[in-house]
Design a protein around this ligand. Structure first.
Ligand code: SF4
Length: 315
């Protein structure tokens, strides 16, 4: 899996002051599963070290100015950003991680100044905006937001699901393969967006007998949109309760009660999601419930990332 990433987050000494913003979750944990494609539009445009820049609202147009001299550097940064974007286009990316607050890389976190020097709002940096326009369905996050356990879990789930779809698409799937792909993602999609899950079910049912190419394109759009939605405790709880229903004949009354208590403790943020999920997994193995064992909801990404072990992982 390839992720494009602000080079300073990888520890490259490429910031305006020659420093870096090494993020160890990205390099040490995600790095075990991802190959990184670094970018730094400011280094391309101005070299390192360089005077810092800011975004300025000039009569409705956002321009880029040197903090040191006030010079308008918009064109240079745009040219360098286009060049970095062309570089990214040579890779099959599954996501982008940006450095927060940067006038180039920030996602709705770069300060936009008025000409009088007051801060007006927070906006996308120049390069982040170009990436959003070029890749509207590609998972994107900032390293700052990834400190939040809930956002981190959602983003990681999204990039692995995105990667799974890209590999599925590259396998020249048949309609039967599409039905199976949709089936194994059922509960993961329901934890994201129940309505979109149902819409995707209609796509797969293909009552209008569309061509496979059209179906795959429709499915891709819906699937990538659904995985971009954030899961919620409420939706996840519904999914967990649904999964318990698979064992209604096998489990004793007290085993069911224990599982329901775990789900309710998860919903009340007393225990993390991994507890009820592990119990369900255990029963799925014990009773060889293949339908559940195949579900990506139970294994959305490598368990070593242990993102479901945090109480704060649900909202
Ligand atoms: S935030 Fe972006 S432009 Fe700034 S140093 Fe990092 S990669 Fe380069």
């Amino acid at each position: 899996m390839k992720l494009a990433i602000s080079a300073c987050l990888l520890g490259e000494r490429i910031r305006f002051d020659g420093g870096h913003k090494h993020d160890h979750f990205i390099t040490d944990e995600l790095g075990a599963y991802a190959e990184f494609v670094p970018f730094c539009p400011e280094d391309i445009a101005f070299g390192t070290p360089r005077p810092s820049v800011r975004l300025v609202n000039q009569a409705g147009d956002i321009s880029v100015h040197s903090n040191k001299t006030g010079a308008n550097l918009t064109e240079s940064l745009h040219i360098a950003s286009e060049s970095e974007l062309s570089k990214l286009e040579m890779h099959h990316l599954c996501g982008i991680i940006f450095k927060s607050k940067s006038p180039s890389c920030g996602m709705k976190s770069a300060k936009l100044y008025l000409e009088n020097g007051m801060v007006e709002s927070k906006e996308d940096g120049v390069f982040a905006r170009m990436c959003r326009e070029r890749y509207p369905l590609l998972p994107m996050e900032e390293e700052g937001r990834l400190q939040d356990a809930w956002l981190r879990e959602n983003f990681v789930m999204q990039i692995f699901a995105y990667d799974a779809f890209e590999r599925f698409k590259a396998s020249h799937p048949t309609l039967g393969d599409l039905v199976r792909f949709h089936t194994i993602n059922k509960f993961m999609l329901q934890s994201k967006d129940e309505a979109l899950y149902r819409e995707l079910g209609n796509v797969v049912a293909n009552r209008e007998e569309k061509s496979l190419t059209t179906l795959l394109a429709l499915y891709e759009m819906g699937f990538k949109t659904a995985i971009s939605r954030k899961s919620s405790i409420k939706r996840t709880r519904n999914v967990l309760e649904h999964l318990v229903g698979f064992f209604k004949k096998e489990l004793s009354k007290s085993e069911k009660e224990t599982l329901h208590t775990q789900i309710s403790d998860y919903a009340n943020k007393i225990i993390p999601l991994i507890v009820p999920v592990s119990t369900i997994h255990l029963y799925a193995n014990k009773y060889n419930t293949i339908y559940l064992l195949d579900q990506t909801f139970l294994n959305p990404y490598p368990k070593n990332l242990s993102l479901r072990s945090h109480i704060d992982g649900g909202k």
